[in-house]
Design a protein around this ligand. Structure first.
Ligand code: URA
Ligand code: SF4
Length: 205
């Protein structure tokens, strides 16, 4: 595992989300900034009651500079609608802010960030949590779970359950929408994903 400086040095602790967004792109906390087009900041109201955390920007997000605008984002949009959740009312972000990929000819193939890169980037997500103070965090997939619930947490064993982050904040873990996109049993896995989201929203009522 590579040792990285980590993002802490670049994370502003004064000012709000505007400041975070302004300086995120300066981060050199790990090596992922080198090949990516840009850092992709979280989006949504800073007073959102619910925060959804994914993995990293993908190819589309890296080019466009917005979270969840590619295939995983389209699936997430459909699932949110089915679960009765307004995308415009939630805060949507990633555990790691720069895209990691390998080149295959002209294509850029997503690669899961390493444990070291996940740890290095965590201060940005911590700062977003401090600013937004969501009542509930939806943890989507293993990378977000590693950051927020620790390396021994297993999404498959605990998906849909109410769990707690280290700071006591309520959370629900589920799969990453890209796992649903790739699923061989799409209908079943889409419905399960929607059920987890609906269950999470119900915790806020
Ligand atoms: N997958 C993620 O985890 N985040 C995005 O923004 C896009 C795809
Ligand atoms: Fe900084 Fe995170 Fe980008 Fe690494 S992935 S350079 S820690 S913002």
């Amino acid at each position: 595992m590579n040792d990285y400086a980590g993002a802490e040095k670049w994370v502003p602790h004064d000012g709000g989300m505007r400041k975070v967004r302004a300086v995120l792109g300066d981060c050199r906390g790990c090596d992922l900034w080198e090949d990516a087009e840009q850092a992709v900041a979280g989006e949504g109201p800073v007073r959102a009651r619910m925060m959804l955390v994914g993995e990293t920007p993908g190819d589309h997000e890296d080019k466009e500079g917005h979270v969840f605008v590619g295939p995983a984002g389209h699936l997430l949009d459909k699932a949110l609608v089915a679960a009765g959740i307004e995308r415009s009312e939630i805060y949507l972000t990633n555990a790691v802010k720069h895209f990691r990929f390998e080149r295959e000819g002209k294509r850029r193939i997503h690669k899961t960030p390493s444990a070291g890169q996940i740890v290095a980037c965590a201060p940005w997500l911590r700062r977003e949590l401090e600013i937004v103070k969501p009542e509930l965090v939806v943890v989507m997939g293993a990378v977000a779970a590693r950051t927020l619930l620790g390396p021994s947490f297993r999404v498959t064993q605990h998906r849909g359950e109410r769990v707690e982050l280290a700071d006591g904040r309520a959370a629900v873990a589920t799969v990453h929408p890209s796992a649903v996109v790739r699923s061989q049993e799409f209908r079943r896995d889409f419905d399960r994903f929607v059920k987890d989201l609906r269950g999470a929203a119900a915790l806020l009522d």
